[in-house]
Design a protein around this ligand. Sequence first.
Ligand code: GDP
Ligand code: ZN
Length: 292
Amino acid sequence: MEAVLRGRLKREQRTGDAVVVGDRVLVDRQEDGKHTIEGVEPRRTELARRAPGSGGRRAKVVVANVDQLVAVFALARPAPRLRLLDRFLVVAESSGMEAVIVANKTDLADPARAAAGIDPEEARATQAGLEGYAALGYQVLRTSVTEGEGLEELRARVCGRVTVFAGPSGAGKSSLLNALQPGLALRTAEVSEAVGKGRHTTVSSRLIPLDCGGYVADTPGLRELGLWGVEPGDLDQCFPEFRPYLGQCRFSRSCTHTHEPDCAIAGAVEAGRVSGARLESYRKLLAGDDAR
Ligand code: GDP
Ligand code: ZN
């Protein structure tokens, strides 16, 4: 239903993000038949982007209550950049969302099917790299749109929930969305196209309903999403495998895990308990020098 903001919420909305897409709100019906938003329920999760005009210092919430982020990467064409995956995972952790990793185009790892110019051996190594994230507690789904692999698992994972899809261009997001529900990718593309026409600061997020229940969150400018609300001192908590070591560095919680002596995370990397590439991702993100 159409509803307008009133009073305190209306004043807050002018300066901030008092009510955003995905919020659960309390609506009242006025005597003239119009509806007003009277209250907003506490958010389970918040996805934020850089607030316009703040020089990147302030975060603005663009969608609330998204349950999970599905990070889609292909085994090849394009080969995944794990740095980007790490960035998506931090976005999910810092926003309070669950993260699921999709290793798509598994058909390319099959020597009998692999396309010309693709080394199935390399594709298998890439697949193993993505599956390594399962040890950190993330669900990793293997999918192939062409072979129909893993699509039921993906469906089971997104139906009834609010999901945001992320991944580099060409990884197979549109193909997967269309496999889940024909026409779904088209609906997200409509907004993307509008974004391309220069309305990118005003086009807002939307939730596209799934026939099986739940929604896909379409958030323009996903590249802008994420780390704007994360305090540097909290970034290490967004790496789940670091958590057992936090507070154990010589400088305790003030250690930035970049150069300090007796850093417990660096020690864990040396002992082979934490991946050096993940620590490198953390350091890059901390320095604001992340892979886009
Ligand atoms: P998006 O940019 O992430 O939305 O990627 P698209 O869905 O447009 O897919 C990019 C290309 O990869 C298209 O040519 C698809 O047909 C192809 N593609 C998508 N999924 C698969 C897959 O599982 N296997 C193979 N071999 N190709 C795929
Ligand atoms: Zn440390």
